[in-house]
Design a protein around this ligand. Structure first.
Ligand SMILES: *Cc1c(COP(=O)(O)O)cnc(C)c1O
Length: 398
């Protein structure tokens, strides 16, 4: 029996069957390649679901974590610590926000963003009956608050009842948003590029119109940058590309590049009327090890000009996918921004994914018919060429 099969069998016996895992075991990574325990190599265009932006086995990242482990891993938020102070300063600099709260995951960042918005409206109106506008096909996480703003029945169905405090508008349809605004609306939450919902970028007029609608009605704009942020679109955060700023924003995924850390951040106007001591907390949130990762990630993003690299290679990436699109009838369209790309298919994405895996390429889906490509942000042209050659072979065999 291969080593991989042994781990698969043991995992299947004891892990809760909450995932349909691929029959692949990952043991280690190097650059943009992953290896299984038996030595099989995979070119990685999934990055642990848009997480590992900087490439695997990154010596400076590993050293920064080891150094922090030897100092201290955890302190709680009852005391200050150096990594958290600098991570907060760094995060506010790259996001343009004024204040940040670190969490352990994306969904917790969304919980904090929702609570911040509700508290802001409560402080202003002295009432707790406010509504949030979210979008169809959105994804904001799996905890109950985040699920309440996730516009996909498939994720929510079994876990109701859902009260009427969240309303869903149609993405890229400003009139559908306007129709839902009333005096109880406290926030509008959206992804600048919808991720799980199928890699759909917001149109500039739409997202700028939502910003204006918020300004006119003292509604807070919450932008979920958990997947589209941290350089993925070629801007540090996707909203920069639209020339707008949120009142509250969330980050996670690539923020720690593998260490579990997320954040919600806000402008001073929001912070002044929002959470105060006692309103929110987290035992682990922003612990020294997680924040050491954040600091090293941001340091490398800046010193290696990761966003510039994404912008310089986006044309090559899009051209490769466009070529596949014109060569094969089963590919309906390419869409995306920067290194957050998708091919919409006439067939199930899972067939393509399995065949690509056999050929040594990891890609994932974003919905049943959408092939999602979210590689580490440090890929070079040779990796784009190799991805294209493998997908070419896979589509020819279908
Ligand atoms: C992944 C994701 C989340 C949830 O993050 P977790 O860390 O899995 O809780 C929320 N919003 C968006 C846009 C995401 O892509």
């Amino acid at each position: 029996m291969s080593k991989s099969q042994k781990y698969i069998d043991t995992g299947d016996k004891y892990l809760l069957h909450a995932y349909n895992r691929f029959p692949i075991v990952i043991e280690r990574g190097d650059g943009v390649y992953l290896y299984d325990p038996d030595g099989k190599e995979y070119l990685d265009f999934a990055a642990g679901i848009a997480v590992f932006a900087l490439g695997y086995n990154n010596k400076e990242y590993n050293d920064a974590l080891k150094k922090q482990i030897d100092l201290i891993v955890h302190t709680s938020n009852l005391y200050y610590n150096e990594p958290a102070a600098y991570a907060a300063e760094n995060f506010c600099r790259i996001s343009g926000m004024d204040r940040v709260f670190f969490t352990n995951s994306g969904t917790e960042a969304i919980e904090g963003a929702i609570k911040s918005a509700r508290k802001y409206a409560y402080t202003r109106d002295n009432r707790a009956d406010h509504e949030i506008i979210a979008f169809e096909h959105s994804f904001h996480g799996r905890s109950m608050g985040a699920l309440s703003v996730t516009g996909n029945a498939h994720y929510r169905e079994a876990f109701g009842p859902w009260t009427g405090s969240v309303k869903f508008a149609v993405y890229n349809d400003l009139d559908s948003v306007r129709a839902l605004v009333n005096e109880k609306t406290c926030a509008i939450i959206l992804e600048a590029v919808q991720g799980e919902g199928g890699i759909r970028p917001a149109e500039a007029g739409f997202i700028q119109g939502v910003r204006k609608l918020c300004d006119e009605n003292d509604i807070l704009l919450i932008l979920d940058e958990i997947q589209c942020g941290m350089g993925r679109t070629g801007d540090m955060f996707a909203y920069e590309g639209y020339g707008i700023k949120p009142d509250i924003m969330t980050s996670a995924k690539a923020l720690g590049c593998g260490l579990p850390v997320g954040a919600f951040a806000m402008n001073e106007k929001t912070a002044e009327k929002s959470l105060v001591p006692g309103d929110h907390g987290s035992t682990y949130g922003g612990n020294p090890l997680a924040c050491a990762a954040v600091n090293e990630v941001i340091r490398q993003f800046e010193s290696r000009d990761i966003t510039g690299h994404v912008r310089r290679l986006t044309g090559e990436f899009e051209a490769a996918l466009d070529e596949l699109c014109s060569s094969f009838d089963v590919i309906k369209e390419r869409r995306g921004k920067g290194f957050m790309q998708a091919l919409e298919l006439d067939i199930k994405a899972s067939d393509v994914i399995s065949k690509a895996q056999a050929e040594g390429l990891l890609v994932i889906s974003a919905g049943a018919n959408v092939l999602r490509l979210v590689p580490p942000l440090v890929i070079e042209k040779e990796h784009i060429d190799r991805m294209k050659n493998i997908l070419d072979k896979v589509f020819k065999s279908i």
